[in-house]
Design a protein around this ligand. Structure first.
Ligand code: GDP
Length: 301
């Protein structure tokens, strides 16, 4: 239900336009498909994704000999669901059955990275896990304090050093603390300044190296936080980070704040990274594991 509520803006826009379309074109013809393409592109589904999707729809319409535009909605739902299922693979988070799991969270400033870390900490704590946070953004003024606020809200410890210190050293400390306190999950914040991309990517590489040196196989997840309201910007951020860091999943934030939730489909189809979580609000429990069925269901009234 939370998922559905979070998709309200997208649904209002998408379902409304779909209704208008069906009303305007009684029959499924070229004009119908052209306008459908426009609606999908307008919802940030992404041009190549839309082209592929509409080709498949046309095939299916031919196969099933559908004439009336009213009968096409179930097929659209089915194709959207298929697209989400087959692309991008596993949505499950890779947690170790025993011992410490490390989740590294990356992303550009302002996308909702800190908030998402707080929400994740809360979610895992609710599941009975012992969680520790590492304040790895030592660059942005106020980042450490902001993470501490979220740590307090979630009721989990935050390992930090002073502003300007080496993030890799923070990670080293955090891992030692997590081990000695027998934590289940260590969630690591990282810097998100993109002004000096090369420098940031080097920093992230070093952080990763220290983590995997201390715990072979870690980090077990590298999640990138992307802001759903930023469309193509989010896509290009994901590409930038993917080039240097093995990103294993996406936290798509602020899905509640956009009418263009179709970005989920573009991300899955064009980036080949699974969306693992979606942010559906500013509160601590406004994070949901991504569920493609619920997503598609949430697009229609
Ligand atoms: P960071 O710079 O990436 O760490 O971003 P923050 O975590 O500070 O978040 C930036 C802003 O986005 C804050 O005002 C958050 O409340 C807001 N925000 C984060 N996630 C969500 C979300 O899922 N939905 C909404 N509506 N706002 C969000």
């Amino acid at each position: 239900e939370k998922f559905k509520a979070g998709l309200e803006k997208t649904r209002d826009s998408f379902a409304g336009k779909m209704n208008d379309l069906v009303y305007k074109y009684r029959s499924v013809d070229e004009d119908f498909f052209e306008e459908l393409e426009e609606i999908l592109i307008g919802a940030d589904v992404g041009v190549t994704t839309v082209m592929d999707l509409v080709e498949e729809l046309k095939d299916e319409v031919r196969r099933q000999n559908i004439k009336d535009s009213k009968d096409i909605q179930p097929i659209i739902s089915e194709k959207l669901a298929e697209l989400l299922e087959k692309e991008g693979g596993e949505t499950e988070v890779n947690l170790q059955p025993a011992g410490l799991s490390v989740i590294l969270v990356v992303g550009v400033n302002g996308v909702g990275k800190t908030t998402s870390i707080g929400k994740l900490a809360h979610m895992y704590k609710q599941q009975g896990k012992k969680v520790i946070l590492a304040a790895g953004d030592t660059f942005r003024a106020g980042a450490i304090e902001q993470l501490e606020v979220w740590g307090e809200r979630a009721g989990v410890d935050v390992i930090k050093q002073s502003e300007g210190s080496d993030p890799a050293a923070v990670m080293f400390d955090a891992i030692q603390a997590a081990k000695s306190r027998e934590a289940d999950i260590l969630i690591c914040d990282t810097a998100g300044r993109l002004q000096n991309k090369v420098n940031l990517m080097k920093e992230l590489e070093k952080v990763k190296r220290v983590i995997s040196r201390e715990i072979p196989g870690a980090p077990h997840e590298v999640l990138i936080a992307l802001d759903a309201t930023t469309g193509q910007n989010a896509m290009s951020q994901a590409k930038t980070f993917k080039e240097t860091t093995d990103v294993t999943g996406i936290i798509l934030t602020k899905l509640d704040g956009t009418a263009k939730g179709g970005i989920v489909l573009a991300i899955r189809h064009e980036l080949d990274i699974p969306v693992k979580f979606v942010g559906l609000g500013e509160k601590i429990d406004d994070l949901q594991p991504f569920d493609s069925e619920q997503f598609v269901y949430g697009l229609f009234k």
